[in-house]
Design a protein around this ligand. Structure first.
Ligand code: FAD
Length: 454
C-alpha cells in the first residue's frame, strides 16, 4: 500500500446512505415544515444512489488528474443517463406529461444530494428542470406535449440556456439596464423568428452530433434569451427555443476551465439567421418574457445554485470530519481538539443555515399567493440572499476544510481541491455575488440608479 492509497482510503465517504453523521441524514436535515415524511424518504433513497453510483466516480468525471477527455465524457454521459433512468430529470414534470410531479422543494433537495458528488452533474440535471419550469410557468402545454417523448422517458437528453453575451453577463441580470446591452435579436418574419447574435459561455453547447453517444440520446437545444426590437426595452425580451441541429448555429471549441471540467461543454454560440417557428417563443404575453427571465431563469436559478452550493459544502464537511477523525496530533484525533472542533462546528452551522434558508425560500416561491411572484423584486432578493449566503458558505467551508487537512487537502486524491475549484462559478454566474447583493438591497428598499447610462 502506498501513501496515496492510505489518503484515499481515509476519504471514502461513509457509504451507509446517511453519510454516517446523523445530523447530515435527510431525516434530520430536511425540514418537514416544507415537505412530507414520504418526500424525505424518496430523497433518502436517492442519497443512497448518489453514495453508491456517483461518489466513487468523482475523479473520473474530470478524466482524472490528466484530464482524459474520453474517460470524462464517457463517465459523465453514463452517470447522467443513470440519473435520467432514476427519474431525476423529470421530477418536476407534472404526471399529466409523464413526469413525477414532485414539488420544487423535492427538486432542490435532489439538487443538493447530487452536488455532494459533483455540482457540474447536478447543473446538467438542472438544465432540464430549468427548461421544464419555464415552459410550465408560461403554461405552454403544447410545448410540454411536444417534448414529452424526450423528457418523460428513459432516454437521456441534455439542454442549455443561453443568456450571457460579450457585453457582460451581469448586465443581463441588472434590472436597471432593462436588457439594453442584449444584442441577440429575434426578428419576426411571417410565421418564424430569425435569430442573429452571439452568446458566451452557455453549456452544454456544441455541434449536435457531439451529444449523441452510447449513453446520451442527444441535445434538446437552446433556450435563448433575446430581444425582438433593439430600441424596444423590457417588453421586447423573450425566451426562444432553438433546436440543437438548427441551420445557422456555429460554435467555438469548448473553453478550458478550472472546474466543471467536462460536465458542461461551454462554448461561444453564434446565431447566423437561425429560423425557428413562432411557437418556439416560450413567452406569449406582453411583458411575460421579462417576468420569466427575472423570476424563473435568474431568481429560481439562483435558488438552485443555493441548493447545489449547500450540497457541495456538506460533502467537504464530510471529507474533513473523516480526515480529522483519523489524523492524530500528539495522541488525539484532530477533531477532538477544541480549536479544530470549533472550526468544524462553524462549518456545520453555516451549511445548516444555508439549507434551512433555501428550503424556506423555495417553499415561499411555491406559494405566490402568500409571498408574491418569483419575479417581484422582494422575492428575487430572497433568492439572491439564499445563493449569496450559500456561496459565501462554500467559500468558507472549502477554505477552512483545506486549512484543516493541510497538504492532504491540496492533493487531488482527497477530492477536496475539486470542490474548491467547482464551487466558485456557482457563486459567480447568473449575475454573481455583487448582483446578488444589489438585488437584495433593491428588494429591500426599492430600485435605485447606479449604472452610468440610465
Ligand atoms: C462554467 C460556467 C458555466 C456557465 N454557464 C452558463 C450558461 O449555461 N448560460 C449562460 O448564459 N452563461 C453561462 N455562464 C456565464 C456566466 O453566467 C457569466 O460569466 C456571469 O453571469 C458573469 O458575467 P461576465 O463573465 O460577463 O462578467 P461581467 O458581467 O463582466 O462581471 C464582472 C464582475 O463585475 C460584477 N458586475 C458587473 N456588472 C454588474 C452589475 N450591473 N451589478 C453588479 N455587479 C456587476 C460581476 O458580479 C462580476 O463580479 C457560465 C460561466 C461559466 C464559467
Amino acid at each position: 500500500m502506498n501513501d496515496l492509497d492510505t489518503i484515499e482510503q481515509m476519504h471514502v465517504p461513509n457509504a451507509d446512505g446517511t453519510g454516517g453523521y446523523k445530523l447530515l441524514s435527510p431525516a434530520q436535515k430536511y425540514n418537514r415544515a416544507f415537505c412530507t415524511a414520504e418526500e424525505i424518504e424518496i430523497v433518502e433513497h436517492f442519497r443512497e444512489f448518489v453514495n453508491r453510483e456517483l461518489m466513487p466516480h468523482r475523479q473520473d468525471m474530470e478524466g482524472g488528474w490528466h484530464r482524459d477527455p474520453k474517460l470524462a465524457k464517457e463517465t459523465i454521459h453514463r452517470l447522467y443517463s443513470k440519473l435520467v433512468d432514476f427519474g431525476v430529470t423529470k421530477v418536476i414534470l407534472p404526471t399529466s406529461f409523464g413526469g413525477l410531479g414532485y414539488t420544487p422543494v423535492v427538486r432542490q433537495m435532489i439538487n443538493e444530494e447530487i452536488s455532494r458528488a459533483d455540482i457540474g452533474l447536478a447543473t446538467k440535471v438542472g438544465k432540464l428542470h430549468w427548461a421544464i419550469s419555464v415552459m410550465l410557468a408560461a403554461k405552454r402545454d403544447d410545448l410540454l406535449e411536444e417534448f414529452q417523448p424526450r423528457i418523460a422517458g428513459n432516454e437521456a437528453w441534455t439542454a442549455c440556456f443561453a443568456i450571457t453575451e460579450p457585453a457582460g453577463g451581469a448586465n443581463v441580470e441588472d434590472p436597471a439596464l432593462a436588457y439594453k446591452t442584449m444584442n441577440t435579436i429575434a426578428r419576426e418574419d411571417g410565421d418564424h423568428y430569425v435569430i442573429n447574435g452571439h452568446k458566451l459561455w452557455p453549456g452544454p453547447s456544441g455541434p449536435a452530433e457531439l451529444f449523441q453517444t452510447e449513453h446520451l440520446k442527444g441535445h434538446l437545444g437552446y433556450w435563448v434569451c433575446a430581444i425582438t426590437d433593439p430600441a424596444g426595452g423590457e417588453d421586447n425580451v423573450g425566451i426562444f427555443y432553438v433546436p440543437a441541429d438548427s441551420d445557422g448555429l456555429e460554435f467555438s471549441s469548448p473553453y478550458e476551465k478550472m472546474g466543471f471540467c467536462y460536465s458542461e461543454a461551454n462554448t461561444d454560440i453564434w446565431f447566423n439567421e437561425v429560423r425557428i417557428p413562432k411557437r418556439y417563443r416560450i413567452d406569449t404575453e406582453k411583458g411575460q418574457g421579462s417576468k420569466l427571465i427575472k423570476g424563473y431563469v435568474i431568481g429560481l436559478g439562483r435558488l438552485s445554485g443555493a441548493a447545489r452550493l449547500t450540497g457541495l459544502s456538506e460533502a467537504v464537511l464530510e471529507i474533513v470530519m473523516d480526515w480529522t477523525q483519523n489524523r492524530i496530533i500528539a495522541g488525539t484525533p484532530m477533531r477532538e481538539r477544541s480549536l479544530f472542533a470549533a472550526t468544524i462546528a462553524e462549518m456545520f452551522r453555516s451549511i445548516e443555515i444555508s439549507r434551512q434558508y433555501y428550503l424556506s425560500a423555495t417553499y415561499q416561491a411555491m406559494n405566490p399567493e402568500i409571498y408574491g411572484n418569483p419575479w417581484d423584486a422582494h422575492m428575487k432578493a430572497k433568492f439572491s440572499a439564499a445563493r449569496s449566503f450559500a456561496g459565501d458558505t462554500a467559500q468558507m467551508v472549502t477554505n477552512r476544510g483545506m486549512q484543516l487537512m493541510g497538504s492532504a487537502g491540496y492533493a487531488y486524491e482527497t477530492n477536496l481541491e475539486k470542490y474548491m475549484r467547482d464551487y466558485k462559478i456557482v457563486q459567480m454566474w447568473l449575475g454573481g455575488a455583487e448582483r446578488d447583493r444589489m438585488d437584495i438591497a433593491q428588494g429591500l428598499y426599492g430600485p435605485f440608479k447606479w449604472a452610468g447610462d440610465n
